[in-house]
Design a protein around this ligand. Structure first.
Ligand code: NAD
Ligand code: UFG
Length: 362
């Protein structure tokens, strides 16, 4: 994994003000993780140079190797902790960087309630270090992983970007605070171009079956849990509540294929004109827990056992994106259907029952 030097890149003629992708190097923080690795593949396939920084606290270096294999491209990988400002400064000092996509951070809601200081420290300090290094190195293009969690329990669905922002847990608070920091930074200098991407529920895997979600321990999220039941690692799915105000009583979410999500980041990188803008990345379509279990059974050919259980504290009935703004302003649309999401998730899970540590029992 090595970066091709700038001088080695082929020069191409480009329209005025649009630099060729082969001449743009994107720093992908958290690029060994689930969404970051899929985005690195999409970036490399579209000709960008990619540098990944990740401390591997929730991922495997194997994912970075797979990114290289799938694309046949070199990827520079730096193992490092972004909460250390000297690490961040050295990344910028030693590599030419044109834009940053910032995925790195901690993401488990329940864990954030138990360990709030760890969440505030990791998510806020990493972002502060990154923004300071970007500013001092004259890099002003940033795409940030925000979350639908910033809408809390929404008053109405589908949720537009203009909906009130609020949250109920420390993880969500870090996302809201980082959004605020980005808005303030962008207001201070017109050179900033920041896209805050509010993801709904990312699921699925790369269609090759070689790259996918590999959660540590017991999965918190529905689709990885369902897949581990289908592959025989767990006995049954607990359906958290069947008394919500939804068509079948179970929670409804806007599931989006991780490859569609990855492409949303490239659309955001190409965006020009606004200093700091937020975009919902979702499909606008909702699926209930029981619909997911049925679709996963169909995709895997395995009848997935489940039992009805109590509601999970903090869960909401329905979360659905209004993706109109991303559709119109970014020219992006999530078009992979639910059966594709679950078929791709199953290809990954069945081919790699224990994730990247495929020969390690868990
Ligand atoms: P992930 O855990 O797979 O990826 C995050 C990566 O960041 C991991 O590889 C981890 O090792 C790395 N990391 C963590 N702390 C670091 C640090 N201090 N320095 C360097 N690297 C560090 O998670 P993901 O699902 O790919 O999520 C990526 C981003 O998207 C996160 O910011 C998350 O909050 C956000 N997000 C995810 C979801 C989701 O459902 N997956 C939904 C909304 C938003
Ligand atoms: N669910 C179950 N059983 C499980 C896991 C989940 O029934 O074992 C249900 C939940 O109650 C919910 C639905 O499946 O109705 C989806 O749950 P997930 O945990 O997959 O996703 P959430 O919508 O709860 O959480 C996601 C992200 C969070 C983010 C939140 C709000 O994982 O990081 O969306 O945007 F904060």
């Amino acid at each position: 994994m090595q970066l091709t030097s700038r001088a080695d890149r082929t020069a191409t003629v480009s329209p005025v003000n649009v630099r060729p992708r082969s001449d743009r190097t994107v720093l992908v923080t958290g690029g060994a993780g689930y969404i970051g690795s899929h985005t690195a593949v999409a970036l490399l396939e579209q000709g960008f140079e990619v540098i990944i920084v990740d401390d591997l606290s929730n991922s495997s270096a194997r994912a970075v190797e797979v990114v290289g294999h799938l694309t046949g491209r070199n990827v520079t990988f730096i193992e490092g902790d972004l909460t250390d400002s000297t690490v961040v400064a050295s990344v910028f000092a030693s590599h030419p960087i044109d834009a940053v996509i910032h995925f790195a951070g901690l993401k488990a809601v329940g864990e954030s309630v138990e360990q709030p200081l760890r969440y505030y420290r990791t998510n806020l300090l990493s972002t502060m270090n990154l923004l300071e290094a970007m500013q001092s190195n004259g890099v002003f293009d940033l795409v940030f992983s925000s979350s639908a969690t910033v809408y809390g329990d929404p008053d109405t669905v589908p949720i537009p970007e203009s909906a009130p922002l609020r949250t109920t847990n420390p993880y969500g608070a870090t996302k809201l605070m980082i959004e605020d920091i980005c808005r303030d930074v962008a207001a201070s200098d017109p050179r900033w171009n920041i896209s805050l991407l509010r993801y709904f529920n990312p699921v699925g895997a790369h269609p090759s079956g070689q790259l996918g979600e590999d959660p540590n321990g017991i999965p918190n999220n529905l689709v990885p849990f369902v897949m581990q039941v289908a592959v025989g690692r767990r006995d049954e799915v607990a359906v958290f509540g069947d008394d919500y105000d939804t068509p079948d009583g179970t929670g409804v979410r806007d599931y989006i294929h991780v490859v569609d999500l990855a492409l949303g980041h490239i659309a955001a990188l190409d965006r020009r004109g606004g200093r700091c803008e937020a975009y919902n990345l979702g499909t606008g379509n909702g699926s209930s827990v029981l619909e997911i279990i049925a679709a996963a059974s169909a995709a895997s050919g395995v009848e997935i056992p489940y039992r009805l259980a109590d509601r999970r504290p903090g869960d909401i009935a329905t979360s659905l994106a209004d993706p109109t703004r991303a559709n119109t302003e970014l020219g992006w649309r999530a078009d992979r259907a639910l059966d594709v999401m679950l078929t791709d998730a199953w290809r990954w899970q069945s081919g790699n029952p224990n994730g990247f540590a495929s020969d390690t029992a868990s």
